[in-house]
Design a protein. Structure first.
Length: 102
């Protein structure tokens, strides 16, 4: 019985690692940070002609900073509230409760 419990605990650890690895917030946050850096650099390098086209508003700079803020928000959110997969007990209760109702 001890070996079985050890295997279950190991599978739960692997499941938690997989849940953190494939968290959508990581992908969205990472992409927004990367694109935010690119657009912010384009905003910093803007010429007078570029600014004239946008009525003297450095739209690349402001959009890049907004994208950076949003991307960092997603990454901080992921760190503060990590994804936790359901435990074996929760899954057993869920499948047992659904079968008894019908």
């Amino acid at each position: 019985m001890s070996d079985y419990q050890h295997e279950v605990a190991e599978l739960e650890r692997e499941s938690a690692t997989a849940a953190r690895l494939f968290d959508v917030r990581r992908i969205i946050g990472g992409l927004f940070v990367v694109y935010g850096v690119i657009v912010t650099i384009a905003g910093v390098m803007a010429t007078e002609a570029d600014l004239k086209k946008a009525q003297n508003i450095n739209i690349n700079l402001w959009t890049g900073l907004g994208m950076l803020a949003l991307g960092l928000f997603f990454l901080v959110w992921m760190k503060l509230r990590p994804a936790v997969p359901p435990t074996a007990e929760e899954l057993a209760e869920e499948s047992g409760g659904g079968a008894g109702e019908g």
